[in-house]
Design a protein around this ligand. Structure first.
Ligand code: PLP
Length: 380
């Protein structure tokens, strides 16, 4: 019997990095963004795959995420994208992570952490060109931060970056303004530092103009480009479960909590071992579909915590134990994280990383992939 599993194809990740690299000159470094446990795919196996397939750097959201990669033996540069704070700066410097400096205070904490630990530390400046999340907004502020950094011989400035708010938007105007602002704010910085601004959407839409020295590969690496493209990316994640029960119901019979679905005619209904307790959003109730025997089957009524029901009237003699595809391909049909996101009123990013701890992960598509997979699974 097929238990519930999220299957991650590391070959797909490698393929997507190759596609993303198509328009990039060799001199441009590629940074794989593996924050939030690599968008739910598993930070360690994805990081290793990325480093073996053309990426030279990694990015995480927090020092804790970076420390976990170091613990797994990963030696590459790792940039912490968010503000680390006082404690986080100590952890970051002690683990040899590159810290983001978005204010004078960040500079102070990075410097004091390095001094206290008696260690060298690397930082990237974060410039706010229009996202208005974190970052330095003016040249005057930049000078104050640089002065602060200079007062610490232990700190080396190795990069400067910004983040686009609307690189996937229909209009390119805001992104072009942000880019112009980034050019102005990086002017006169020491040569040899890495300047970077492009996320997945920008790599797709604004190459080569906005290449700079490095690009940050996120959602496209996982197979979901955020903008229309001719390139065929390969979704890395599939999600399978199984049928636990099958029965016939009659016209007038209701299905699931609240009796929101009432059958209009006799139908065959399968119960599936999956619910919102596994990260399958309840918001998809009444809209979602799953694949059984290559057929699209409508999910009926409300999604429960551990189970849900689907109409299998057209799918043949479905039996308990049979595979159900929640995300992925079955014969001619496929369901993507984008489909599921649409049914839930969210974006593919959120669907990809909404997986509960009880959902097992398996890795395919690379030599020893299951071993790397198990390692992360048990490391938690
Ligand atoms: C998450 C993130 C990225 C990656 O974005 P995608 O849209 O997934 O490509 C890049 N840069 C920063 C600063 C981020 O926070």
């Amino acid at each position: 019997m097929i238990d519930m599993v999220r299957e991650i194809d590391l070959q797909a990740i490698a393929h997507n990095i190759l596609l993303l690299s198509e328009n990039l000159p060799d001199r441009v470094e590629r940074m794989a963004v593996v924050k939030a446990d690599a968008y739910g795919h598993g930070a360690v196996p994805v990081a290793r795959t990325a480093l073996q397939n053309g990426c030279s750097q990694l990015a995480v959201a927090t020092p804790q995420e970076g420390a976990a990669l170091r613990q797994a033996g990963i030696r590459s540069p790792i940039l912490v994208l968010g503000c680390a704070g006082r404690e986080g700066s100590l952890l970051g410097i002690s683990e040899g992570l590159t810290l983001t400096v978005a204010s004078e205070e960040d500079a102070l904490w990075a410097g004091e952490a390095a001094r206290q630990l008696g260690k060298q530390g690397c930082v990237h400046l974060k410039l706010d060109t229009g996202m208005h999340r974190i970052g330095i907004q003016t040249l005057a502020e930049r000078e104050r931060v640089l002065q602060k950094l200079k007062s610490y011989a232990e700190i080396q400035l190795t990069g400067a970056f910004t983040h686009f708010a609307d690189a996937d938007g229909a209009d390119d105007q805001y992104t072009r303004l942000q880019f112009a602002s980034f050019c102005r704010l990086t002017e006169g910085l020491p040569s040899g530092i890495l300047r970077h601004c492009a996320n997945s959407a920008a790599v797709e839409r604004y190459m080569p103009e906005m290449t700079m020295d490095m690009v940050r590969l996120g959602i496209s690496m996982y197979g979901y480009p955020p903008v229309d493209t001719k390139r065929v990316y390969c979704p890395a994640l599939s999600w399978y479960s199984h049928v636990t029960f099958v029965k016939d119901i009659q016209a007038g019979d209701a299905v699931s909590y609240g009796c929101t679905f009432v059958a209009e005619k006799p139908m065959r209904v399968a119960t599936i071992r999956c619910g919102y307790g596994d990260g399958y959003h309840r918001m998809a109730s009444g809209k979602a579909e799953v694949l059984i025997r290559g057929h699209r089957c409508r999910v009926l009524g409300r999604i429960c915590m551990d189970q849900m029901m689907a109409d299998v009237t057209q799918a043949g003699a479905v039996q308990p134990g049979e595979r159900v595809t929640l995300i992925g391909r079955d014969g001619e049909e496929s369901i993507t994280a984008e489909d599921l996101a649409r049914w839930c009123g969210t974006i593919s990013y959120e669907v990809l990383l909404s997986s509960a701890p009880r959902v097992h992960r398996e890795y395919i598509g690379a030599p020893g992939s299951n071993d790397i997979g198990k390692e992360t699974y048990y490391a938690k």
